[in-house]
Design a protein around this ligand. Structure first.
Ligand code: IPM
Ligand code: MN
Length: 373
């Protein structure tokens, strides 16, 4: 099969990690006789520098002309520390999500057995966790109007706005996942305080009753959910939540998994699907060959499975990632005192006691090519 993939490396570690995902995709193409054509485009701070805006029309065009989008990361400290900046890299990501109509963001969490002790949480809490966060991605406080500053500049405001239609379409995605999994949706909201949350609860509860009676639904306040995620993550199957709660709770999943550098995501909507690691641009690590490429490689696996209908190819990528972790061919974030073993690790990794971003990517790509697992 021939597929065109828009590759948007973005900022910070984005270029290094997307390069590893491309290595893995090339290995898939070779082993399974596909042809992947990559079209590179700018987004984020790098796009502001080159084009004056964080999501230029030329980038949108490349996305629209491709079969799917692979995205790295966005963000640069020079904007974080400047609250007066007129344009910010993050606006590019939000604009892209809106322009591509990506209303559902899927963030699966399932710790690797060999990494259970890499989590700061107790092994018995982490082991066996397996859930998916379905985060609404194009509404809520990230996009609501009015927003801004009062004329005198001494007040600022953001609006959280949701319509029944926006809630329904993402809830359908969550119920769909639950049917293919363990049949349980937890709606996370703040219905004791927020009007939007009460609309979520009303809409989702009535959908469950009338359209998804085979799926169990419970509703949980977000503060309680945050506590449950670190004290009993096994109780979750599908977490359905609005944009900002989903953003916050999905970073907590990085603690359960041992590293946020392992968590992939997929975003779906009305058109092209987008695949990206959930971590950010990690500017302190940029160019140091220490960033974990696995989240991005697993995002590419989600692309193969969910956008291209290639489950065997996706399985080969996931198995190669699992093998790299099992053998300790890992970046420092998940090395956790384990030794680098196995013939696949090069001498540099062995001497350093961990591997670089590129070495991990090369190992995974070789493993895919050689059908090693
Ligand atoms: C994420 C990120 C983004 C978000 C930022 C970079 C705008 O944190 O994808 O989780 O808040 O959605
Ligand atoms: Mn986030």
């Amino acid at each position: 099969m021939k597929k065109t993939i828009a590759v948007l490396p973005g900022d910070g570690i984005g270029p290094e990690i997307t390069a590893q995902a491309v290595k893995a995709l090339d290995a898939v193409a070779e082993r399974f006789s596909h042809e992947f054509v990559y079209r590179y485009a700018d987004i984020g701070a790098v796009a502001i520098d080159r084009h004056g805006e964080p999501y230029p029309d030329s980038t949108h065009k490349v996305c629209m002309e491709s079969d799917a989008v692979l995205f790295g990361a966005i963000g640069d400290p020079k904007y974080d520390n400047d609250p007066t900046a007129r344009v910010r890299p993050e606006q590019g990501l939000l604009k892209m999500r809106k322009a591509l109509g990506l209303f559902a963001n899927i963030r699966p969490v399932r710790p690797y057995e060999s990494l259970v002790s890499a989590s700061p949480l107790k092994d018995e809490i982490v082991a066996g966790s397996d859930f998916v966060v379905v985060r609404e991605l194009t509404g809520g406080i990230y996009f609501g109007e009015p927003r801004g500053r009062s004329e005198a500049g001494d007040k600022a405001f953001d609006s959280c706005v949701y319509s029944v239609g926006e809630i329904r379409r993402v809830a359908e995605v969550a119920f769909g996942y639950a049917r293919r999994r363990r049949g349980h949706v937890t709606l996370v909201d703040k219905a004791n305080v927020l009007a939007t949350s009460r609309l979520w609860r009303e809409t989702v509860t009535s959908m469950q009753k009338n359209e998804y009676p085979d799926v169990a639904l419970d509703c949980m306040f977000v503060d309680n959910a945050a506590m449950k995620m670190v004290s009993g993550p096994k109780t979750f199957d599908v977490i359905l939540t609005e944009n900002m709660f989903g953003d916050i709770l999905s970073d907590v999943s990085g603690v359960i998994n041992g590293s946020i550098g392992l968590l992939p995501s997929a975003s779906f909507g009305s058109g092209k699907a987008l695949f990206e690691p959930i971590h950010g641009s990690f500017p302190q690590a940029a160019g140091k060959d220490i960033a974990n490429p696995v989240a991005t490689i697993l995002s590419a696996a989600m692309m193969l499975e969910d956008a291209f209908g290639m489950p065997d190819e996706a399985a080969a990528v996931k198995a190669a990632c699992a093998l790299s972790i099992e053998k300790g061919i890992c970046t420092p974030d998940i090395q956790a005192g384990r030794s680098v073993s196995g013939s696949g690790a090069d001498d540099l990794c062995k001497a350093a006691g961990h591997c670089g971003t590129s070495a991990v990517g090369s190992f995974i790509a070789k493993c895919i090519k050689d059908s090693c697992c």
